[in-house]
Write a protein that binds this ligand. Structure first.
Ligand SMILES: Cc1cc2nc3c(=O)[nH]c(=O)nc-3n(C[C@H](O)[C@H](O)[C@H](O)COP(=O)(O)O)c2cc1C
Length: 164
């Protein structure tokens, strides 16, 4: 591949995973998303993972698809993920309109408020939901990991198709 800019290659799509991962349970889910995005059957996709408190507007502008990962905190997305959206919302403006996205929410009781919060703000940015939200309550089991794996794979494929 020919390098065309820092961190960018001709013919390579970029999947950005923005996550807040404060515990082993959430790390388990992030790991499954990353493994799915890197499925050997998927070609031409670079997977970039960023902690929500470190992700930038430049990270987002370079992405062909995005996965958001958050705990449910007090009936909302984690403050760290809200901070990411606060950081990029007006900087990116309409520039990421149409960006395919997916997300997962982990909670120990009720994830509905966090799901609604992510969908509302992503909708405000004009993003396009490309996979059903993945919600997990309690300790992740094999089904939860599989759902996150599929989420990562789906968004990687969607990003590659969009960049082609
Ligand atoms: C301040 C705080 C608020 C929380 N609020 C919710 C909530 O509203 N709904 C929920 O399902 N879980 C809630 N949780 C649980 C977190 O989602 C959970 O701790 C996180 O996903 C990490 O999972 P773990 O604690 O099983 O490792 C809360 C946790 C904290 C620390």
């Amino acid at each position: 591949m020919l390098p065309v800019a820092a961190g960018s290659m001709i013919g390579v799509a970029r999947l950005l995973i923005v996550h807040h991962t404060p515990s082993p349970a959430t790390a388990d889910l992030l790991d499954a998303v990353v493994r799915g995005a890197g499925d050997p059957a998927i070609e031409g996709v670079e997977v970039v993972r960023r902690a929500a408190l470190a992700a930038t507007a430049s990270d987002l502008l370079e992405a062909d698809a995005v996965v958001i990962g958050t705990p449910a905190n007090i009936g909302y997305m984690a403050g760290a993920v809200k901070h990411f959206f606060d950081t990029v919302f007006y900087v990116c403006g309409d520039d990421t309109s149409g960006l395919p996205y997916g997300f997962y929410v982990h909670g120990n009781l009720d994830t509905a408020g966090a799901v609604k919060a992510v969908e509302t703000i992503a909708g405000g940015m004009g993003w396009r939901l490309a996979a059903a939200p993945v919600t997990i309550i309690g300790a992740p089991d094999a089904a939860a990991r599989e759902a996150c794996y599929e989420l990562g794979a789906t968004l990687a494929v969607t990003g590659a198709e969009g960049a082609a």
